[in-house]
Design a protein around this ligand. Structure first.
Ligand SMILES: CC(C)(COP(=O)(O)OP(=O)(O)OC[C@H]1O[C@@H](n2cnc3c(N)ncnc32)[C@H](O)[C@@H]1OP(=O)(O)O)[C@@H](O)C(=O)NCCC(=O)NCCS
Length: 164
């Protein structure tokens, strides 16, 4: 019993996003990106038939089901894209980013997607490594694409992979 307690670690399930998740997703988005997307922006995106996503929710917390992360994606006419993905820093490097991205890749393929692309800041080492590990390759570069705090500009990489 004591051993169980000492070795306690969080477990997560990855399930489809629901409208009711949007407020929490928006809060996590604000923690991980310089410009937070509002609850309403997430709701509007999810109301589009082409848009889908997943959340990772902790299954073994005592009183609630904390949000570990989320991914939002879109598929239209065979082409899918990642709109945004984020993991709570507290649960980082535990495989949640990988699991969320795998769920998005599978769903995009099930919807008829043939390829998936995404944009990522070139200096975002964690994300670039994750995408490479998932089989994405750089297909383009957009210099001075993002504007950071203080007006600093940074390069976006465009990455892509086939879904079949
Ligand atoms: C990018 C992000 C989603 C990764 O989520 P995560 O749950 O920590 O990632 P995982 O634990 O699934 O890691 C999978 C792989 O990604 C890479 N990776 C993740 N974090 C990394 C880090 N800090 N440094 C280097 N590589 C990293 C590794 O290849 C890792 O595999 P490994 O642990 O076997 O080495 C997370 O860091 C995040 O939310 N960042 C802020 C938001 C963001 O940048 N989103 C992407 C915008 S395009």
């Amino acid at each position: 019993m004591l051993d169980d307690y000492l070795s306690w670690k969080p477990f997560f399930e990855v399930v489809p996003i629901e409208i009711a998740d949007c407020a929490e997703i928006s809060e996590l988005h604000g923690q991980r990106f310089p410009r937070r997307w509002s609850d309403g922006e997430f709701q509007n995106l999810l109301l589009q038939h082409s848009v889908f996503g997943f959340v990772a929710r902790q299954t073994n917390a005592f009183f609630s089901r904390p949000l570990g992360g989320f991914v939002l994606s879109r598929e239209a006419a065979g082409e899918a894209e990642i709109l945004t993905v984020a993991v709570n820093e507290k649960f980082g490097r535990q495989g949640l980013g990988w699991r969320l991205m795998q769920a998005a890749l599978r769903e995009a393929a099930a919807r008829g997607g043939e390829s998936m692309f995404l944009e990522v800041e070139a200096e975002n080492r964690a994300a670039v490594q994750l995408y490479r590990k998932l089989g994405f390759e750089k297909v383009g570069e957009r210099p001075a694409y993002y504007t950071g705090p203080g007006g600093t500009r940074s390069t976006a990489l465009v990455m892509s992979r086939v879904l079949r």
